[in-house]
Design a protein around this ligand. Sequence first.
Ligand code: COA
Ligand code: MG
Length: 297
Amino acid sequence: MRSLLFVPGDSERKLEKSLGTGADALIVDLEDSVVPSAKAAARETTAAFFAGLGDRGALPPLYIRINDLTSGFTEADLDAVVPLAPQGLMLPKVRGGGDVATVAELVDGRERAAGLAPGSVSLLAIATETPQAVLRMASFEGASPRLKGLAWGGEDLATAVGASTNRDDTGAYTPPMQLARNLCLIAAAAADVQAVDNVFTDFRDPEGLEREAREAARDGFTGKMAIHPNQVETINAVFTPTEADVAHAQEVVAAFEAAPEAGVVSVDGRMLDRPHLAMAERTLARARLAGLIPASR
Ligand code: COA
Ligand code: MG
């Protein structure tokens, strides 16, 4: 999933529009974009939206962001949304892998009761919204087989640590936010799940969005959350391997295939070893997902 577009779960209009945005995944939000007094109505609006979708096969995966375990809304959210058979749930403000495991258990029974295949509802956690989670970043590894991704966000953490801002005068994230971002990236790799970059809230600044997305892709994130439909195309483009990336990856794979006993090979006058092969294979896997090369190769 390159682009994951947030859609407020209480907005019939945005839910309807979201399907035509080209986002790789939608995250119907029951959390911060919905005020407490509207939570119940948002669950109903979301259920009605799912009910009206018909065949989901042609649609992007649909995730639902529920409210966190301290909110008092979690169980009612799960009662309402697990039967909708979402691709997965996004968990905000987790305090570590323990919260992921707790939600996974809360999903188990509801999934069974709804007649869904065990484990079919996956989880994406926002791993940096609480200081506790940042200090427990290693706990996401093995937290639950449902866990498929870790995303990072900086707004709540900035508030929690007492920061006056999360970006400096140049627009770059401040050091505490970079720490959270970087730990999330590494924790996702350790847990073998997707690393998802934060939202870029200034939706009228496409250059800023592209710059931030490029930095994320450079560092190892494979997708980015979006808040506005006009961010989707940029994000999809940045997280799709370029023709040159694909050609280079194919060259690397071919060089290793031609020398199966070799630990190192040379391509274009540069030494490449096994990590480069793994990276090339990953690029080709992403190119396949994006339909750039046939599934077989
Ligand atoms: N999903 C689907 N459609 C969206 C959308 C979204 N996230 N954001 C905007 N749109 C639609 C609008 O409804 C509008 O369509 P319309 O004119 O036919 O109604 C069109 O796209 C253009 O929107 P625009 O007028 O530029 O923005 P806005 O002022 O209506 O909305 C936000 C701005 C930020 C309120 C809106 O983008 C939004 O709600 N984003 C998601 C917020 C969220 O979920 N946050 C939680 C995670 S941080
Ligand atoms: Mg938030």
